[in-house]
Design a binder for this molecule. Structure first.
Ligand SMILES: NC(=O)c1ccc[n+]([C@@H]2O[C@H](COP(=O)([O-])OP(=O)(O)OC[C@H]3O[C@@H](n4cnc5c(N)ncnc54)[C@H](O)[C@@H]3O)[C@@H](O)[C@H]2O)c1
Length: 436
């Protein structure tokens, strides 16, 4: 379902009317393409407080030229890891106040903060303040610009994250706080353009929608991709597999032996497992029959837990593997008519956060989740018009995301350099006004 409002606001009468009437003015987002893989323009590196991060070499590898006096920077990185007091926060203002107006359209602002696990309550206050700052700035910058906060102690462990956030791949990711651990550095991939070369990925529910886009992004990055979907979706699954040069596995993920069948189909093991299959069966709780409740809980959560457990126990996930689950902002903010869906998707975040440290320690596997907001797919095309319009506009970028936006986030989690990104739930929602 095309977003006609977005097309209209790109025309001269559309620009005039939206300005006069104070209507949302979505900017066309600059997304990744092979022809234009990087942002156009310079990166401005600023600091607030006294930082100990060795950031310059990492920023140099983003491919963006760094310039201390960039007139219209495409990206700004503010290193605020050294902010320890309320007074230090003045330096955040002093650094960004003069430049925020000049950041290019679809530009990126990334604030770097320190981990919050400090006993110093002054430092904790100042560091937590960066979250409110980041999220507020994200809501006011407009023009397709994004603002995110990364908590880190080791710049090199955060390289894949910074590269993602400072690229067109993160077009619909804004207002997020991402914590990157340290000491989990992976060797740089041999082929930087195809970092998943030699790795096998399986994407559930990949015959269409977001799953199809995830499968395509992982294949672009060099992975051998298995397109998994239910037998009824065979035709679509084969079409996707053919397009991306992958293979097909027809399987209902709710089958009790789904994990065993995946392990059997992939005797060489699996490097990337993306739990994307999901369904909705909306009704208010008063009208919700038991089967609507249990089918959603089983597809979206029960099967995710069962197959993950089975695959980890069978040793089917290779070391340095990646599990990416799919949550939703409905699981964070709640949604009328979706008690079943909201419960299942909140459950996914609980699963990710609890399993992540154990999976890393025991199997060398990271576990993260994408939490999509309003994404233009068949699922959201079926939503009634007014609710659909509200979903599209009620975010800082004033438009719906595309499946590729979720796919790029999954590809960043799957990247061999993302070993220090673990237990994160990252919303791909254009900073939806719903939820935290
Ligand atoms: N579209 C959005 O705005 C949005 C927002 C938040 C979260 N999500 C989540 O993203 C994921 C993908 O959403 P989508 O919009 O692409 O949905 P979609 O309905 O277009 O595609 C889902 C795919 O999953 C498959 N599937 C369903 N049950 C399955 C099962 N038991 N076993 C194997 N495959 C199964 C379907 O056949 C289909 O191909 C879902 O988990 C969904 O909950 C989507």
């Amino acid at each position: 379902m095309a977003d006609r409002y977005l097309s209209f606001t790109g025309t001269a009468p559309g620009r005039f009317l939206t300005r006069r009437l104070g209507l949302p003015r979505p900017a066309p987002l600059r997304r990744w393409s092979a022809e234009r893989p990087a942002l156009d323009g310079e990166l401005l590196h600023l600091t607030a407080g006294t930082s100990r991060l060795d950031l310059a070499p990492v920023l140099a590898r983003t491919g963006l030229p760094t310039d201390e006096a960039a007139g219209q920077p495409a990206a700004v990185v503010l290193d605020a890891t050294g902010v320890r007091t309320v007074e230090d926060l003045d330096e955040v203002h002093a650094a960004l106040h003069p430049v925020v107006r000049s950041v290019a359209e679809s530009g990126r602002i990334v604030v770097l903060g320190a981990p919050l696990d400090t006993a110093d309550h002054h430092q904790a206050a100042a560091q937590q303040a960066l979250e409110g700052f980041t999220r507020s700035l994200g809501k006011e910058t407009g023009g397709g610009r994004t603002v995110n906060l990364v908590r880190l102690t080791d710049a090199s462990a955060a390289e894949s994250t910074l590269r993602f956030l400072l690229s067109p791949k993160s077009a619909y990711v804004s207002g997020q706080v991402i914590a990157v651990g340290d000491g989990q550095e992976s060797p740089a991939p041999e082929d930087a353009d195809r970092p998943l070369t030699g790795r096998t990925a399986l994407v559930t529910g990949a015959a269409r929608g977001i799953g199809e886009a995830v499968a395509a992004a992982l294949a672009r990055d060099g992975a051998e991709v298995v397109v998994l979907d239910v037998p009824q979706a065979e035709e679509d699954a084969r079409r996707v597999a053919e397009r991306i040069g992958g293979s097909v596995l027809l399987l209902d993920m709710t089958a009790a032996d789904a994990g065993a069948r995946i392990a059997e189909a992939l005797p060489g093991g699996l490097d990337v497992l993306v739990h994307n299959a999901g369904i909705t069966r909306d009704r208010r709780l008063v009208n919700m029959a038991k089967d609507r409740w249990s089918s959603v809980l089983d597809v979206n959560l029960g099967s995710v837990l069962r197959t993950t457990d089975a695959l980890l126990e069978a040793g089917a996930l290779r070391r340095d593997g990646r599990i990416v689950a799919t949550a939703s902002i409905a699981g964070i903010a709640g949604n009328a008519g979706q008690t079943n869906y909201g419960a299942s998707k909140a459950g996914v975040t609980g699963f990710v956060r609890a399993l992540a440290p154990r999976a890393l320690a025991g199997h060398g596997v990271t576990v993260n989740a994408v939490a999509p907001g309003f994404i233009e797919t068949k699922m959201t095309a079926a939503v009634p018009l007014f609710i659909r319009e509200a979903g599209r506009r009620m975010n800082s970028l004033a438009q719906g995301g595309l499946p590729v936006d979720v796919a790029e986030t999954a590809a960043w989690f799957a990247h061999p350099g993302s070993g220090a990104v673990n237990g994160q739930v990252v919303r791909v929602c254009g900073q939806s006004l719903l939820g935290a």
